[in-house]
Design a protein around this ligand. Structure first.
Ligand code: XBP
Ligand code: MG
Length: 274
């Protein structure tokens, strides 16, 4: 069985629950800056999240909800400008620490790093957004700032197609120089599941987030409601074809730790039905 060598994390919804109170708020602030009376409510934003990428999401909103809107300049330039304002608002909010990491994230990252497991990111979001989130996260004094824990940060427009296409995970794997079977991926959404599985990352853990708990994520090896912490109620298993294989490790740790990820990795490597 191949060793677990790296963990590849999604960002939005996975490292931090950023969509509703981060990205959505930043989009609305950018719309207000531009003198537009558009307001993306919590439910509307949930619908728009089926489109990954902020610029792509604005374009879809215009087509579906503002068909009569006529931009003051070429549409691509208009969307790019609006999105730059959105990124400025978002990074300012993240640098101010307005949204922290999800419970268990720092614990698991630290355990992996201490064990020599390599860390990577594969995300649709703009690279500045990742830096802003990670640079604001408090870490123990003996460790460098969190963005330096990740050997590879694959983010944003650097690939031809965003999630659910596999491109961004393919890029992270290529930059790590590892085959998919040496890695575990961590995601939170149906688009992320399709992307990771499309890249061959069968050892896929999903931690559902506020916008994704109703999605069908059962194609993943394990779906839980969070990573959990040893001193909190244990994570609830939602679905996943490796749920039975990791049950013992999950019960022992009462949270998703490296032993659980190794069990998940072993189950996925054994293949379906083994
Ligand atoms: C994240 C996204 C991103 C963010 C916005 O998806 O879909 O579009 O919502 O980022 P994932 P930008 O968690 O699957 O990577 O506005 O910077 O594009
Ligand atoms: Mg996500």
């Amino acid at each position: 069985m191949p060793e677990l060598e790296a963990i590849i994390f999604d960002v939005d919804g996975t490292l931090a629950d950023t969509e509703r109170d981060g990205h959505r708020v930043a989009f609305n602030a950018a719309f207000a800056d531009a003198g537009l009376d558009w307001e993306w409510s919590v439910p509307l934003y949930g619908e728009l999240l089926r489109v990954t990428g902020g610029k792509e999401r604005i374009r879809t909103y215009l087509a579906e909800h503002r068909p009569d809107f006529s931009p003051p300049e070429a549409l691509d330039d208009f969307i790019r400008g609006l999105h730059q304002r959105k990124t400025a608002h978002y990074t300012q909010m993240m640098r101010a620490g307005s949204i922290g990491l999800r419970p268990g994230v720092l614990r698991l990252l630290r355990e992996a790093m201490d064990a020599g497991i390599r860390l990577a990111i594969a995300t649709t979001t703009t690279p500045e957004n990742v830096s802003a989130l990670l640079s604001a996260a408090p870490v123990p004094g003996q460790y460098p700032a969190l963005q330096h824990w990740f050997e590879v940060i694959a983010a944003g427009d650097v690939v031809p197609a965003k999630k659910p296409a596999p491109d961004i995970f393919d890029l992270a794997l290529a930059e790590l120089g590892l085959p998919a079977r040496a890695c575990v991926a961590v995601e939170d959404s149906d688009n992320g599941v399709r992307s990771a599985l499309g890249a061959g990352l069968d050892a896929l853990l999903v931690t559902v987030s506020s916008y994704t708990q109703e999605q069908d994520l059962a194609a993943a090896a394990l779906v839980v409601d969070g990573l959990g912490e040893p001193d909190l109620p244990p994570p609830q298993v939602v679905a996943g074809h490796c749920a039975d294989a990791v049950a013992g490790a999950l019960r022992d740790a009462a949270c998703v730790d490296l032993a659980v990820l190794r069990a998940l990795h072993g189950c996925a490597a054994a293949g379906p039905g083994d």
